[in-house]
Design a protein around this ligand. Structure first.
Ligand SMILES: Nc1nc2c(c(=O)[nH]1)N[C@H]1C(S)=C(S)[C@@H](COP(=O)(O)O)O[C@H]1N2
Ligand SMILES: [Mo]
Length: 198
């Protein structure tokens, strides 16, 4: 009694800022499983391929001509760092999927360089995910996924594929790079879904 003020405890209970097991990071660490690919903007494409093989593709200029959003979000890496209030600019996946005809429930994200990660469609729509090309008011650094990366901040950051190149829609779920290596298939940081079986 009296050592921790009730106000402090109450604040922590009502608005926790860090998921369980995470620490606050002020820098922006780089975590890449391979070399940083360099993609010239005139050759860059983002392609959604449906379960029937239908393709919807955008050039760099076409992506930049779409309505842009500026989400400010917290990000959580499974290696335990979290960074709060990060500022991005990009295109909502709701915009990119607006005219896509599909009934598939799962998506495999593909990156330039070969990285993959899988997500259910319900984690990609309804204002939860973006193709982000700017960070902190500047073009996204190649090390952080530039020209553009997926941003899905409500899941562990390995789902936010850097150097994103396309989305393959799937009727059946399948594991991506880290998911096949034993990481959790969904990766909700608030439920501490780090590894398969968590
Ligand atoms: N293409 C690609 N995307 C990736 C990765 C990667 O190795 N390759 N690493 C993932 C992991 S594990 C994390 S934590 C974040 C790190 O993003 P950052 O390097 O911008 O911090 O990118 C994710 N996206
Ligand atoms: Mo990570």
């Amino acid at each position: 009694m009296g050592i921790v003020s009730p106000g402090f405890q109450g604040r922590r209970r009502s608005s926790p800022t860090l998921p369980p097991g995470q620490y606050l990071e002020e820098d922006f660490p780089v975590l890449s499983a391979g070399p940083t690919p360099r993609i010239p903007l005139d050759r860059w494409r983002f392609t959604i391929t449906t379960e029937t093989g239908e393709k919807y593709a955008w050039t760099w200029d076409e992506l930049r001509a779409l309505p842009q959003e500026t989400p400010t979000v917290d990000i959580h890496c499974v290696t335990s760092w979290s960074k709060l209030g990060t500022e991005w600019e990009g295109v909502s996946l709701d915009v990119l999927f607006a005219d896509v005809e599909t009934t598939a429930d799962y998506a495999m994200i593909h990156s330039y360089g070969g990285y993959t990660t899988n997500l259910p469609m319900e984690d990609l729509l309804d204002g939860q995910a973006w193709i982000a090309h700017s960070y902190d008011g500047e073009n996204l650094d190649p090390e952080h996924g530039g020209p553009a990366r997926l941003l899905v901040p409500h899941l562990y950051f390995w789902k936010s594929a850097k150097w994103v190149r396309g989305i393959q829609l799937m009727v059946e779920d399948a594991p991506g790079f880290w998911e096949a290596a034993g990481y959790h298939e969904r990766g909700d940081p608030w439920r501490e879904e780090r590894y398969e079986g968590d």
